[in-house]
Design a protein around this ligand. Sequence first.
Ligand code: SF4
Length: 373
Amino acid sequence: MQTLRDVLSENIREGELYEPLGGDRVRCYACGHCCPISDGQAGVCKVRFNRSGTLYIPWGYVGGVQCDPIEKKPFFHAYPGALAYSFGMLGCDLHCSYCQNWVTSQALRDPAAVSPPMRVKPEGLVEQALDLGAKAIVSTYNEPLITSEWAVAVFQKAKAAGLVTGYVSNGNGTPQVLEYLRPWVDLYKVDLKSFDEQHYHQLGGRLQPILDTIRRLYQMGFWLEIVTLVIPGFNDSDDELKRMAAFLAGISPDIPWHVTAFHADYKMNDTESTSAETLLRAARIGKQAGLRFVYPGNLPGMVGDGENTRCPSCQALLIERYGYRILRYHITAEGRCPSCHGSVPGRWASSFEGQIASRPFLPTRRDRLSARS
Ligand code: SF4
């Protein structure tokens, strides 16, 4: 019987994000690990491997697809109400014990993570996204950086069809991968998990490549939003939250910061869920640091006005939300506040055209990808 590793080793092609190191060794720079890889070995992510001096990378499958409101990614300043057709492959360069997508991200590390891949072509994904009414197509669920060649192949078709493209990522990038992505990726969400080197070490990464990536993403003109899952006892101290907020505000006060509530998942089952009070404290810290848009998330209706977007100049209500639902929308066609005409940072449609879904859904049997690939 074929193992998952056997199946994945058939769905490959040569990568573009690597260089020879001499002999049969190569260096991959799809993510911040920059693995040197010997012949016959795989990188830390386990999905990119060296065979006789050629780096092979995942190709031609998805580990899952789902239709999400764009607010779930979360993007709050990019086409509110839009449907984001979301796909992922398998594998990750980190191994967070609280991962909410562990079934796909840890597929090659954890035998309990079982998510059979579906073979598909880029045009099959784009066609289904358009059929379902999506405005955006997003690489998510596993870490998209490690499968960037595939994402770019999908996004090239997607942009030709008029779709907006996005990454939902841990931000463990390199200058090379960001240059590679810049022509094809419009929106970029980074999960800033901590501001502590030791914490990142526990998750299998380093803090500095993530900070460098956040700075570069902003300078390169991606639309950038940041999420921090606030985990009691892990990253919720005033000191750590203040350092995160100061770092982001130092890049730009216009970067939206989502401070979202943790609930027990995967191997982190003995930690309490994040309270609304903790989220509101984190949001206050973000505002005090100078960030103009801070959103306490994952606790709909429990954080007062925190889910809404207000004009940073005159405080007029611009977007009212409940969870992923858009209740009111008042941004002008030019992306301005209708009261004071101040510019609101983001990527805005010329008008709000309603919301296809305010909660995630799976494509129906009739829409199955296998029929199109
Ligand atoms: S994607 Fe990252 S973890 Fe995987 S081989 Fe490349 S550098 Fe290593």
